[in-house]
Design a protein around this ligand. Sequence first.
Ligand code: ZN
Length: 126
Amino acid sequence: MPGIDFREARARLSLAAVLDLLGFVPLTRRADQVRGPCPVHRSRSPASRSFAAHLGRNLWHCFRCGAGGNALDLWAARTRQPLHAAVLDLCARLGRDVPWLPRPPARRATPPTDAHTKEKNTMHDP
Ligand SMILES: [Zn+2]
């Protein structure tokens, strides 16, 4: 399976969209910072403000369970999936294309030993 361009995935999958998907209801909002119950450890009280998200910077942190990260980390933490699977899941749910990394060239065409020799030669050439 080809790799995912996580940088591009973070750009396409906003924290606001993930919070929407989680049904997060902010208790307080100041500029682009929201506070409310934590979707990761699932605060028992709907009045909890342990979870803080900075929508502009796509970062979040929970003062109770200590979890934090970006939008992708939030979905992975909440759905208990590895990051790779969480991104595929998120793209499907939000109707976004998965940002695959370009496929690396076939291994047979360039054996690793040849590549190393070439690299060395290039480095030592004046
Ligand atoms: Zn938490």
